[in-house]
Design a protein. Structure first.
Length: 181
């Protein structure tokens, strides 16, 4: 078992602590609340929708992870117990060495190094189950996420209208850099 599978207490760049652990079914209500607390812009950037919250079907999908083909890690604030970030991948059935990844960070926790930390932890989990590449569809206007996947994941990007398709090889040595602490 990895440190993440047991839960790992980590300090982000600003000195705040988070507990990173796998998302579980019991996290459903907290995940719904976390999404509702996102700003309209953050929800739009993460879900490409301005919906104020998660539908019941989407919430169910997001918490039903098998930790092999579909993994989700959460960062929880020890001070409040709130979910402050979620990083996930879903294996591509047609290309089992590839997985689509997604990342969401609570507005108040952005620009603290938490996104990079979560992405690196997720890459470690993915590599452990035979995934070699991440892909991500990112809104072209989402500069912070594009910067993150290029800086941390060494992403190659292709503009596709209003979105950018990013491909990140997990063998890229950029993943090995420690997260800002």
């Amino acid at each position: 078992m990895t440190q993440v599978s047991q839960g790992e207490r980590v300090r982000v760049r600003t000195g705040h602590w988070v507990l990173i652990r796998p998302l579980g079914r019991e996290d459903g209500p907290a995940l719904v609340t976390a999404v509702e607390r996102l700003s309209t812009e953050s929800r739009y950037r993460r879900f490409m929708s301005g919906a104020p919250g998660l539908s019941e079907d989407l919430a169910d999908y997001l918490i039903n992870v098998d930790h092999y083909d579909h993994e989700a890690l959460t960062a929880v604030s020890p001070e409040t117990g709130d979910i402050v970030a979620v990083a996930r991948f879903v294996r591509d059935r047609a290309h089992p060495a590839t997985a689509e990844m997604a990342l969401g960070v609570a507005d108040g926790w952005q620009r603290r190094g938490l996104g990079a930390l979560m992405l690196r932890r997720l890459a470690g989990c993915a590599a452990a189950v035979g995934i070699e590449d991440f892909t991500a569809e990112i809104l072209a206007e989402n500069r912070p996420m594009l910067t993150l996947v290029r800086r941390v994941g060494g992403a190659e990007t292709t503009l596709n209208g209003l979105t950018v398709m990013a491909r990140m090889p997990l063998a890229n040595r950029l993943w090995e850099k420690p997260a800002a602490a």
